[in-house]
Write a protein that binds this ligand. Structure first.
Ligand code: ATP
Length: 611
């Protein structure tokens, strides 16, 4: 049997495109190719060495076949022992040399592939980091991770396998054909002519097995689906309650039966095709012996037994590369699709970034102004409409409003998690889009409703805000956030591990750690998104105790749900349906009898009772 070509899977496996791949064939353009090459460019020296290794190893791997002819003619037939030994040693040496070169080639190849994927991964990570909040909320997290992991790993395969395979198989093939024609053109023609005899049934077999495998895969999915549905806790309950046991069993038995039939068909298809392939692949050498014999015996050709053996051996060496090269188109399409997918991500514009003419102020005061601000996540629905207000530095504002009215959206516009669609937001009198983004975000501290703590120690979580904070600073922040007592009670204190492997923190404790983290950051503007979920009254009052002094000592915006928080602020803004419906202080707003009064009756009043 002929040996396989290098790389690119066998003819039975990945050599065919799925319907989905056929439908989404990428457009290969010169700019796309140039862009791919740009990733190879930094490693061009190594690539040249790989290329030389491939040429050498492919050519050397054919040499033993040529030497076989000389072993027969000059060693065995002429009975020249010395020559025989020299040729045998040479042949073994060449094989060893070719394999050693392959080791070097494979090392370099892997090195290049790893470095290219290293570059791509870093670039992708950096790019994703800069994408706006909107990107992460509108894209599936799984897709993003797939792009980062398996798609980029696919590039590694392209470099180590596809690229090498195309080169080495082409070189082997061309070299084999040239040598064959040099040996004897008539036999070479016969050899080339019989190649389809081998390749056509092989591809035919591959395709049949491929479609059978696809079918059995679908069947397998169906079996798994039935098992998942009917053997799950709620699924089996449904089956029992509706008395569907017999129906489900019949369904299961049916697919199970289909599956075994397919499996038998699949393994037998393999056997039958092997019979055909093996028969056809021995037709080639037999034809060469026959035509060679005729030439030697009837036409007094100078052809020797050794020459015919060389041609037969070279023919054997051609089958693998031919099959592999037939799969090139598929590999090529897959590789291009892979690069296109990756580049699509790279091409997504970074919407929110520091403008070229941005200013980098020396210090921040925390003054915020909203001027005719409009905002929408999508075109269909405006979330904020003509919002105007000013928060002077040192003052505080409480934002209240029904759920979904746009409160969180409004505060997200200040650190530019999103940019406004109309109007502008200013920070210390400058449009936020004209301020250095890092400076802006460094000077805004947000304690959000859903506090995110990394799976590390409390200390690590706190240091995230200020890596060089001293022990005293950390302790002071914890004390101010009213969490120090709790930390002291932990066996490991600040080094207690939070997150799913460590402490189980309550919502209130997490929020207080988050307050401490923001205090360490020491921002000019403090934004507090109060938890809507009800906390127990002790937790609530602890948070309140922590928050009160902050509100009174620095510029703050509070999305408030509790009366005590609202009362701590200098002014109250009532947001309803994306507009500022009312504004003022508590007593006046209650008197007005509008949205605020209603919220007071239904929400804050209740919270007050609870307090
Ligand atoms: P709550 O008090 O319940 O937190 P909220 O007043 O803070 O509500 P927002 O979170 O600002 O309200 O949401 C305002 C509206 O915008 C809601 O209708 C919400 O469904 C929608 N919305 C929020 N975030 C997004 C997003 N990333 N993409 C699309 N729509 C969003």
């Amino acid at each position: 049997m002929a040996g396989p070509g290098r790389g690119m899977g066998g003819p039975m496996g990945r050599g065919f495109l799925t319907e989905e791949e056929k439908a989404n064939k990428p457009k290969v353009t010169w700019p796309l190719l140039k862009r791919i090459l740009s990733y190879l460019k930094p490693y061009w020296k190594q690539l040249v060495i790989v290329l030389i290794c491939i040429v050498l190893s492919s050519a050397l791997s054919l040499l033993p076949s040529v030497l076989t002819g000389r072993i027969i003619d000059d060693g065995l037939i002429k009975q020249d022992m010395k020559m025989l030994i020299i040729l045998i040693v040479l042949s073994l040496g060449v094989t060893l040399g070719a394999n050693l070169i392959r080791v070097a080639e494979s090392y370099l190849n892997n090195w290049i592939a790893q470095h290219i994927t290293f570059d791509m991964r870093n670039k992708m990570y950096r790019h994703l980091q800069q994408m706006s909040q909107g990107f992460f909320t509108s894209n599936n997290q799984g897709d993003i991770i797939t792009r980062m992991t398996s798609d980029i790993s696919g590039v590694e395969r392209v470099v180590t396998s596809t690229f090498t395979s195309i080169l080495s198989n082409t070189i082997t093939l061309v070299a084999a054909v040239v040598i064959m024609f040099k040996e004897n053109w008539i036999l070479a023609l016969v050899g080339v002519a019989v190649i389809p005899l081998f390749t056509i049934p092989t591809r035919w077999a591959g395709k049949t097995r491929w479609s059978l495998t696809q079918e059995s895969q679908e069947c397998n999915d169906e079996v798994n689906g039935i098992l998942n549905e009917t053997l799950s806790v709620s699924g089996q309950l449904l089956v029992k309650l509706f008395g569907k046991e017999e129906y489900e069993f019949a369904r299961y038995k049916d697919v199970n039966h289909r599956m075994i039939k397919l499996n038998i068909k699949e393994s037998m298809a393999g056997r039958w095709f092997m019979v055909i392939i093996n028969t056809f692949s021995s037709v080639g050498p037999m034809l060469l012996y026959l035509v060679g014999g005729i030439l030697m015996m009837k036409y007094n050709s100078t052809l020797t037994v050794g020459d015919i053996t060389v041609l037969v051996a070279l023919l054997g060496k051609m089958y693998g590369p031919v099959n592999s090269l037939l799969n090139i188109q598929v590999e090529w399409i897959r590789s291009m699709a892979l690069f296109t997918r990756i580049f699509e991500y790279f091409d997504m514009p970074i919407e929110i970034k520091t403008a070229e003419d941005a200013i980098l102020p020396k210090a921040a005061k925390g003054n915020v102004r909203f001027e005719h601000v409009e905002f929408a996540y999508s075109e269909e629905r405006k979330i904020l409409k003509d919002v105007n207000f000013e928060l002077e530095s040192g003052k505080s504002i409480a934002i209240v409003g029904p759920s979904g009215s746009g409160k969180s959206t409004l505060i997200n516009l200040i650190p530019r998690l999103y940019d406004v669609c109309g109007g502008r937001v200013t920070f210390d009198g400058v449009d936020v889009r004209k301020i250095d983004l890092k400076f802006l975000r460094d000077n805004i501290g947000i304690v959000s409703q859903e506090t995110y703590l990394f799976n590390g120690t409390i200390r690590e979580n706190l240091l995230y805000a200020k890596p060089d904070a001293t022990e005293e600073e950390i302790i002071e922040a914890c004390k101010k956030a009213n969490i120090y007592e709790f930390i002291q009670k932990q066996e490991k204190g600040l080094d207690a591990v939070v997150g799913n492997r460590g402490l189980k923190l309550s919502g209130g404790e997490k929020q207080r750690i988050s307050i401490a983290r923001v205090l360490l950051k020491n921002p000019a503007l403090f934004i507090f998104d109060e938890a809507t979920a009800s906390l127990d009254s002790i937790s609530e009052s602890k948070i309140q105790e922590a928050i009160d002094p902050i509100i009174h000592s620095r510029t703050s915006i509070l999305i408030a749900h509790r009366l005590s928080t609202i009362l701590a602020a200098d002014e109250i803004l009532v947001i309803k349906d994306g507009v500022i419906a009312e504004r003022g202080v508590h007593a006046d707003l209650v008197k007005q009898g509008g949205t605020y009064a209603e919220l007071y009756e239904t929400q804050f009043g209740k919270a007050l009772e609870a307090e």
